[in-house]
Design a protein around this ligand. Structure first.
Ligand SMILES: [Zn+2]
Length: 403
């Protein structure tokens, strides 16, 4: 990449003059959920082969159907073309079809099944401290996937529930295993109770005063400590998984939230980056569903504020411009840039190229987003989250940008 002198980190406009793509391309393929009929080999190859024959693809992340033969055939094709093959594997959600997970328990002792299901709650999240939940991942992996010969694992849902699942699901977990951990270090969860009641009266969500490089400064230490522990527990649980996959010689990649939401869901991405081969922050500016930037920001604000002034104050803290459509590109670039420079592992932001009702992605959006993100020091892109739903014009745009 040619360097521009005299530009700040946010000034990606110069890329239109000097743009020359030198980034890796990773393709993400959703082959069906654990309980669903998997996509066919033919339907995958129909989309995959034209891309692989035109541009250099370094890796494919594929999951989560349970169809050994399908994976084996795709593996053979990819390895023949010198492309790494990663299993897309959820960790703290979505495993119920194969093994029942132990859910997060909220402050009042309720689990997810006590809540009325709404459109916004699409996953039950499991407690990272419950030993059975980690064991489930290992059992599932050994039973269905270990023999296939993947290059690596692409770990998804490595977090607590987000605001997309409602505030009560963020204020977790208070199961007996978590209580034991809190007690062991002298953290009294009861101190949170008055703070929860005061939440909507704060000037900003959770009384945030500042946001800098993926970290919030809270006006109340109770929240600082609570979120610190959530980050610590996810990291501890994952370190066990990393060790397991390392011993089996698998490479490890992580699917993570954008920095501005990661602290709230227990993802200390700079810390996690010490243990893995690559990281994919989901920088989806067009996706109006969980993990999508506009969706998660809106859920965070709606769940934690009641007044317009609180919303505006939070935008100011973030340096976010709500007038820009789709989701403020300058803000996304800054957030990504900061993560790239904190991470020990190479960063490959996820950019949508599928088109669905909740993500009306166009070629112009792909070009604008990729050219801007390319200026942040990333190693490449994960074209997300499903090649099989990408319309031809979006695929053509990706091929053009990377050839
Ligand atoms: Zn728990």
């Amino acid at each position: 990449m040619e360097k521009c002198s005299g530009h700040s980190k946010n000034d990606y406009v110069c890329s239109t003059i000097h743009f020359k793509m030198d980034k890796e391309v990773i393709l993400q393929i959703f082959s069906g959920g654990f309980a669903e009929t998997p996509a066919t080999y033919e339907s995958i190859m129909e989309k995959l082969e034209p891309v692989v024959s035109r541009i250099r693809v370094s890796k494919v992340f594929m999951g989560m159907s349970v169809d050994r033969d399908l994976y084996a055939r795709i593996r053979d094709y990819l390895f023949k073309n010198n492309i790494e093959f990663y299993l897309w594997l959820p960790v703290f959600a979505e495993l119920d079809a194969l093994r029942a997970g132990r859910p997060l328990i909220d402050f009042h002792g309720k689990d997810k099944s006590d809540y009325e299901l709404s459109e916004r709650e699409d996953f039950t999240f499991y407690c990272p401290n419950h030993p059975l939940n980690l064991l489930n991942v290992l059992f599932i992996f050994e039973e269905h996937f270990d023999a296939i010969g993947f290059t690596g694992v692409f770990l998804d849902k490595i977090r607590y529930a987000s605001f997309a699942n409602g505030l009560n699901n963020v204020l977790t977990c208070f199961c007996p295993f978590c209580q034991m951990k809190y007690n062991a270090i002298g953290f009294d969860a009861q101190v949170l109770e008055p703070s929860i009641e005061m939440l909507l009266q704060k000037k900003t969500p959770f009384g945030t005063l500042e946001y800098d490089q993926g970290r919030y400064l809270f006006d109340d230490d109770r929240w600082t400590n609570f979120f610190y522990l959530k980050n610590k527990y996810i990291t501890e649980a994952l370190k066990g998984l990393f060790l397991y996959f390392r011993e089996k010689k698998y490479k490890i990649s992580l699917d993570v939230f954008a920095p501005f939401v990661s602290e709230f869901v227990g993802q200390d991405v700079p810390e996690l980056s010490n243990y893995v081969d690559s990281i994919k922050p989901m920088m989806y500016r067009m996706t109006n569903a969980p993990a999508g930037l506009p969706f998660e920001l809106e859920a965070l604000i709606q769940e934690t504020t009641s007044k317009e002034s609180q919303r505006q104050a939070f935008y100011n803290i973030l340096g976010f411009n709500p007038q820009k459509q789709p989701f403020d590109l300058d803000f996304a670039v800054r957030d990504l840039f900061d993560l790239v420079h904190q991470s020990k592992a190479p960063i490959y932001p996820g950019v949508e190229f599928n088109r669905t009702r909740i993500a009306p992605v166009t070629p112009a959006y792909i070009e604008e987003t990729i050219k801007a993100y390319a200026q942040t020091g990333i190693k490449g892109f994960v074209m997300s989250w499903n090649l099989l739903n990408a319309p031809q014009e979006n695929i053509d745009k990706v091929i053009k940008l990377f050839s």
